[in-house]
Design a protein around this ligand. Structure first.
Ligand code: DNO
Length: 359
C-alpha cells in the first residue's frame, strides 16, 4: 500500500508541501491541475511543473484526482467524441510524466454533495455533513449557492463555476437520461478511453457517487456492488477499475465495504483507496467523523484488514478530515486531521504486518 495525501497545489493550499512531507511514512501526493477547464487537454508543461514541484519535496506523483469528465460525455451529446479525444490526449500527457492511476467520476451535474460544510461537533471540531431532510427543502440552485457561501472563497473541486452557471439547462438535459442511459454513456466513454489507458500503462479508477443515491432526481449509478460490477464489466480490462471510497459507498449501510474490497480486489480492479469514516444517524443523515472506528459507523480496522488481505499495493489516502486545532482552509482537506488519520491507518497496517511475520 502506498500511503498518499491529496494536495491541491501551492497556489490553492494554506500549508506547504514541506509540511505534508513531515507526515510519517508518506509515499506520494495525489494531485491535479485545477486551472484547466473541464473538457480541455491538460498541457504537458503544466503537469511537468507539478511533478517537479512534488518530487523536489521528496514525494512521488503517480496518482491524479481527478480528470473530470465533461457533462456532454455523461449526457451522450453529439460533441462527445471531441471531448473524449481531449480526455485521451490528457491521459497520454499524464503517462509521459509517469502517472499510473487516474481517478474520475461519472456523477451527473454535482460531484460530492453535502448540506453543511462546517458542522460543529460537541468537541468543537468541524465536519462535513449530509441531511436528506435539509436537501429536500433546497432547490439545486439554492444548494449550490449555499455550498459556495459555506466554502468562504475556497475553491471546491467538482463544483466548477461553468457547471453551476448552467444548472437549469443541465437539469433539462438530464430529464432524458435514466440509469440505463447513463450506463450506456459510460460504456461509450470507457470503450474509447480504456484502450488508450492500456497503451499508456494507466489504470482508470472510477470514484463512487457521494452520497451513493440520487440527488434532486438525477440518475446516479456508481452506488453499490452490483453496479460497480456492471461498470467493470463494461470493458474487460485491468485498466478499467475502481476508487474504493469507504465514506461515499458506506453512507448506505447495505454496502458492506470490506466485502466489496475483497470482491473487486480479487478481480484486480481495485486501484485506489480512500479511507474515511462517517457517523450515520439515520438513513440519509450522516456526519463525517475522525478516522477512528469508534467515532463512526464504519469499521476502519476491518476495512484495512480487507486491503491487507487482498495484498493491496496501490495508492491509499485518508479521505476527508475534520477541522481541528483552529485550522482553517478547504472543508474536509485540512492538514491536521488527515495527518492523524494517516497515523491511525499506519498503526493498523503495521500491526497487521507484524502479526503475520510472527505467525
Ligand atoms: C471530494 C472528493 C471528490 C472526488 C471526486 C473524484 O472531496 O471526494 O471530489 O475527488 O468525486 O472524481
Amino acid at each position: 500500500m502506498k500511503m498518499s495525501f491529496r494536495w491541491y497545489g501551492q497556489q490553492n493550499e494554506s500549508f506547504p508541501l514541506q509540511y505534508v512531507r513531515q507526515i510519517p511514512g508518506l509515499h506520494g501526493v495525489v494531485g491535479a491541475l485545477f486551472d484547466v477547464p473541464v473538457g480541455e487537454v491538460w498541457p504537458l508543461d503544466k503537469i511537468f511543473a507539478l511533478k517537479r514541484e512534488v518530487e523536489s519535496a521528496g514525494l512521488a506523483l503517480e496518482t491524479i484526482e481527478s480528470v473530470n469528465v465533461h457533462e456532454v460525455i455523461k449526457l451522450g451529446g453529439p460533441a462527445r467524441d471531441r471531448y473524449i479525444e481531449n480526455y485521451s490526449q490528457t491521459l497520454r500527457n499524464l503517462a509521459q510524466i509517469g502517472i499510473k492511476v487516474v481517478c474520475y467520476n461519472f456523477m451527473p451535474v454535482f460531484d460530492w454533495t453535502r448540506t453543511e460544510l462546517a458542522k460543529t461537533l460537541p468537541d468543537g471540531s468541524q465536519v462535513l455533513a449530509y441531511d436528506a431532510r435539509v436537501l429536500r427543502e433546497l432547490t439545486p440552485e439554492k444548494m449550490a449557492a449555499k455550498m459556495q457561501q459555506d466554502a468562504k472563497g475556497v475553491m471546491l473541486t467538482g463544483w466548477e463555476k461553468e457547471r453551476l452557471q448552467s444548472l437549469q439547462l443541465l437539469f433539462d438535459q438530464y430529464k432524458h437520461i435514466d440509469e440505463d442511459a447513463l450506463f450506456a454513456n459510460l460504456g461509450y466513454f470507457l470503450r474509447a478511453i480504456i484502450p488508450i489507458a492500456e497503451q499508456c500503462g494507466i489504470k482508470m479508477a472510477i470514484h463512487p457517487d457521494d452520497p451513493p443515491w440520487s440527488v434532486f432526481g438525477l440518475p446516479r449509478i456508481t452506488t453499490c456492488r452490483a453496479n460497480l460490477q456492471r461498470i467493470v464489466d463494461l470493458v474487460d480490462s485491468p485498466s478499467n477499475g475502481l476508487t474504493l471510497c469507504s465514506g461515499s459507498l458506506g453512507a448506505n449501510p447495505a454496502n458492506d465495504i470490506p466485502a466489496i474490497i475483497r470482491h473487486f480486489g480479487k478481480q484486480g480492479r481495485l486501484h485506489f483507496g480512500h479511507v474515511r469514516n462517517i457517523k450515520i444517524h439515520e438513513p440519509g443523515v450522516f456526519d463525517e467523523s475522525s478516522h477512528k472506528t469508534d467515532d463512526g459507523s464504519l469499521d476502519i480496522v476491518e476495512i484495512m484488514q480487507a486491503y491487507w488481505d487482498i495484498g493491496f499495493d496501490g495508492p491509499l489516502r485518508p479521505d476527508h478530515g475534520r477541522m481541528i486545532w483552529g485550522e482553517t482552509g478547504r472543508p474536509g482537506y485540512g492538514l491536521y486531521d488527515r495527518g492523524l488519520g494517516i497515523m491511525y491507518l499506519h498503526g493498523i497496517w503495521d500491526t497487521l504486518n507484524k502479526q503475520i511475520s510472527r505467525e
